[in-house]
Write a protein that binds this ligand. Sequence first.
Ligand code: AMP
Length: 217
Amino acid sequence: MRIVLLGAPGAGKGTQCKRIVEKYGVQHLSSGDILRKERAAETELGAKAQSYMDSGGLVPDELIVKMMAGAISKAPQEGYVLDGFPRTVNQAEQLDKSLVSNGQKIDAVVDLKVNEKIIMGRMTGRRSCPKCGAVYHLENLKPKVDGKCDRDGTELVQRPDDKPEVVKKRLDTYYEQTEPVIGYYKRNGSVLELDATNSADKVSAKLFEKLEALAGR
Ligand code: AMP
């Protein structure tokens, strides 16, 4: 199964992707995670992406499309769930072109809908482990020991791009450049829309219901 998961930053894409991976055995391909790994490994791509990421803007399409085409080509037969990609209409078009040339197609496009106030709370309260990438929240998902990762005890940090002023910029970027991607997919097929203001459990229950209905069609 090949899924594209859309939604504003903070809509809960990462959480839902983990659940999709557990249920369907597909690979989670998060463009943001791949970029953060490139930065941690101090690669040329990581260095190029840094300033765009820290300011809340988008990394140029040509870098991202190449990076994601590489990741997709290595994905297992079970498929993948794309998280954070495509983020512009141009990226969506490039993705479609490369899928056509590989004889593949996307089975489901899912859009997680959530309002701005909830997004701000979710993102500015988010803390993550710089070592293993585990994600926590000051109110909704507290670590066992304040400020420390449950898995390896590393001091938790706030991602530079989760600071309020950058979150605002990331949202502006989302509305300007990424929201049109939903229209692109609607014009070319259908989009499964989900109310992501609900709890993660409710959202995934509904999501699985919709995916099963689609597979049974
Ligand atoms: P995320 O973890 O998905 O919110 O991504 C973090 C940051 O990485 C974004 O704010 C962008 O700067 C960059 N990024 C991730 N995915 C993309 C993409 N598909 N296109 C351009 N920039 C991206």
